[in-house]
Structure formats: structure tokens, C-alpha cells
Ligand binder design. Sequence first.
Ligand SMILES: NC(=O)c1ccc[n+]([C@@H]2O[C@H](COP(=O)([O-])OP(=O)(O)OC[C@H]3O[C@@H](n4cnc5c(N)ncnc54)[C@H](OP(=O)(O)O)[C@@H]3O)[C@@H](O)[C@H]2O)c1
Length: 220
Amino acid sequence: MSQPSIFIIGAGPQIASAVAKLFASNGFSVGLSSRSQENLDKYAASLPSGTKHATAVADAGDYESIVAALDTLKEKLGAPTVVVYNAASLSLGPKPLLELPPAEFEKHLSLTTVGGLVTGQWAAKNLRQDGSYKPTVIFTGGGLSLQPRPGFAGLAAGKAALLNLAKAFRVETKGIHFATVIVKGLVDKGDPYFASPLIAEDYWKLYEEKEEAWTFEVHH
Ligand SMILES: NC(=O)c1ccc[n+]([C@@H]2O[C@H](COP(=O)([O-])OP(=O)(O)OC[C@H]3O[C@@H](n4cnc5c(N)ncnc54)[C@H](OP(=O)(O)O)[C@@H]3O)[C@@H](O)[C@H]2O)c1
């Protein structure tokens, strides 16, 4: 049986790296995608030594580049077992709702939600589904999807839509574990409950679940 693999769109130093390291330590090869090759090289270097890995640059706001990156990772590592959509519009920063330009709101939806749609569609067609491993797709959600905070209406709406999108994938696909981890606090800012390695364990537990006991929404 060939090695299982995890692909992460929106690779980064916190949740993404913790998830990548945990799956790598459980025998997975790792495909990472973010906007910067320089950053990707750093994340790849932090993986457990000997981890088979590949990287591909993509901007999650550019849907064709997401598909191209996923295709590249598949060419290098084979069909994935697990795909994670972790990118979000965090870098757009806060803005009071009454001053939020519609174009910026659209950007939030594009980065936080539509990138998830494109990634989920690609995963449904390309995940390894030969019975050897458990095909899994996980969207990284946020507490803002449940309760917006001042200044973050764009990101909140994007995450709320992403949560609903995960449910829609569940309804319209069979045999794939489409799940969401809703992170309801600030990551790696001192509270041990929100330490990224602990959050990563939720991703691993979701992967390990048997189909008859699948959970779909983890609140962390
Ligand atoms: N951090 C928190 O406190 C927190 C709280 C609740 C929920 N979350 C959610 O958790 C997820 C991960 O957040 P994290 O803070 O732990 O970060 P992370 O997983 O360490 O990294 C996320 C990475 O996404 C990449 N990215 C950003 N915009 C992108 C784009 N347009 N296209 C492709 N890649 C992009 C960035 O890398 P490049 O700069 O190299 O592109 C960034 O480092 C996000 O979905 C976030 O909304 C985070």
C-alpha cells in the first residue's frame, strides 16, 4: 500500500504546520501550498526529518491557481488522502462594518469561502478512494462564523458561508468525510487550549474516525 498524503491549501506557521507535522509523524507525505515559495521552504524545513513533501505556490483568491497547485502536488505525491482548506482573508485586516466597501467584502468571501468550494470540488474528484485510506476534507473554520465581532464582518461572513458549504458537500458527496474544525479563540497566543499542536489533534481524530461514527463539526 503506498503512503497516504495530506495536502494543505493555506500553509502557514501555526495550525497548518502543526497539522502537517502531526500527519507526517503518522506516516503521511505532505503537500503544502501558500502564496510564497520562501515561506513554503521554511514550513517544509520544519517537518519531521525524512518527510516526503512537495510545495506549490498559489493564491487562494485565484481559483485557477488553487487547482494548478493541487494538480502539481498530486503529480509529485500521488492522489491525496486528506485535503485541508486553511486559507482565509486574515491579512485584509479589520474594518468597521459601516465602512466596509462591497469589493473588500467580496474579497473576504472569495478567499475564505470560494477557495474552499474550489478545493472541495477538486478533492471530491481527486482524493484517493480505493478503500486503502479514509478520504477526508477538512475546512478550518473560526468562531466568527457563529458570532461576529466588531471590525470582522467580512471574515465572519466568509467563515459562516464556509461552514454551510462544508454541510453542503456532506449532502452532495458520498464516501468522503467532509468536516470543519471551528477554532473559537486566538491561536498560539499563550492559552494552552489554543496551542496549534492541540488544535491539530482534532484534524487527526477526524481522519481516524470510522465512517459509521463520523463527526462533522468540531468546536475547539
Ligand atoms: N490564528 C487565529 O487566532 C485563528 C483563530 C480562529 C480561526 N483561525 C483560522 O485558522 C486558519 C489558520 O490560521 P493560522 O493563524 O493558524 O495560520 P496558519 O495555519 O499558520 O497559516 C495560514 C497561512 O495561509 C496562507 N495564506 C493566507 N492567505 C492566502 C491566500 N490568499 N492564498 C494562499 N495562502 C494564503 C498564509 O501563508 P502565505 O503568507 O505564505 O501565503 C498563512 O501563513 C485560518 O483559516 C484562520 O481563519 C485562526
